[in-house]
Write a protein that binds this ligand. Structure first.
Ligand code: FES
Length: 108
């Protein structure tokens, strides 16, 4: 199991156990993490799974493809470390990863 910590915009933390091969978004949904909405079900077409990947893990995941980049541009409060969590596959290398959630998804 790979542990991933989600931190809501208000600082509330949720550490979840994710299975290798599932998406970071799915791990959040399975554990009812507030702020990961995932309206499109993981097809990189809604941006409601937007999260900020902490610097230490940015180099451990593949960069966003063109579809993800295009959708991130539609998200609110975009930062350089913005990613769609549905496009990040869980691997053992991500153990301990921290994903912060934008205020736009927790206050809607
Ligand atoms: S779940 Fe819709 S873009 Fe990730």
């Amino acid at each position: 199991m790979t542990k991933i910590k989600f931190i809501e915009a208000d600082g509330k933390e949720h550490e979840v156990e994710a299975q290798e091969g599932q998406s970071v978004m799915q791990a959040a949904l399975n554990n009812l993490v507030p702020g990961i909405v995932a309206e499109c079900g993981g097809f990189a077409s809604c941006a409601t799974c937007h999260g900020y990947v902490d610097e230490a893990w940015r180099t451990k995941i593949p960069p966003p493809d063109a579809a993800e980049e295009a959708m991130i541009e539609c998200a609110f409060h975009v930062q350089p470390n913005s990613r769609l969590t549905c496009q990040i596959k869980v691997t053992p290398a991500l153990d301990g990863m921290v994903v912060r959630l934008p205020v736009s998804q927790t206050n809607e």
